[in-house]
Design a protein. Sequence first.
Length: 332
Amino acid sequence: MKISIFDVAKKSGLSVVTVSRVLNNAPSVRAKNREKVVQAMKELGYHPSAAARSLARGRTGVIGLTLATLQDSFFDAVVKEISERLAEHGYFLALSVDTGGSGGAGRLIYEEDRVDGVIVLSPMQEDGYELELLQKRIPYILLDNQQPSPSAPSVVVNNYKGGYEAARHLIGLGHREIAHIAGPKPYLSSQDRERGFLQALAEAGLKPWSVELGGFDIETGYRIASAWIVAGKLPGAVFAADDHIAIGVIDACKNAGLRVPRDLSVVGFDDQILASTLRPALTTVRQPADKIARRGVELLLSAIGGETRRHVTIQIDPELIVRDSTAAPGGN
């Protein structure tokens, strides 16, 4: 005979409403009544859902993840990998998109204390999540952190090395007039990619043809490259701070009748899905989404178990992927 919620209510001596509240982890239930319901469930062998199993072990079985956008295939790959790794450990992922940058949707998850831990993806310093999570004593980690001195366990990519390797690749092909289109200054990743780029040029005795500031979007690359073309001044190569910028540069060249890489070699950053399907296929610096996600899950589970120190930062090296958008000056 199938055990129902009514049987649990009868066994515990409490109402069906109270049992339901316990199953939903409502904070209004008295601790003594909660214990009665849990004990009745155990004695009856009542296992209606994952929630009930989580309740018995004192956890929700849910991990919250907050990010600023879904329109990014790199972030998409990270989230997918995180979800799969968490599932292996019996956790569900609750996704929250906070486009406002400093509050909003993400806080709805944390307000009810219905998560065992939180992953914050690409947080800015002013986002304010850390104070809230600390106050609620919810374990959390940062991925692709944009803060110079994170107080929580973090997983980051070595963006400095990525910028350095991109510039070294172009220098190795024989380019001497190399420009950089940087991302927004508040992003630590933008700053580090630019620093790596400038260091590689300095070691080769070169100065940048130009360093332009923009956003992580196609419009930035298109606008800046178009301005170069209209002015009749074009570098031999450009390192774009992300793939979207690089795509904009290539689009501007195509519209002007210029060929990549014959007239301009282009390197991006991220290895978005479009990078390999673009024609010419984009040379880029790949951020290893799988490694970032796996190490992040490991860190969070350790934090939940009280095993991780707060100031731990794991740095993962990116990988230069050489495709068709770069060549020696005048090549292809």
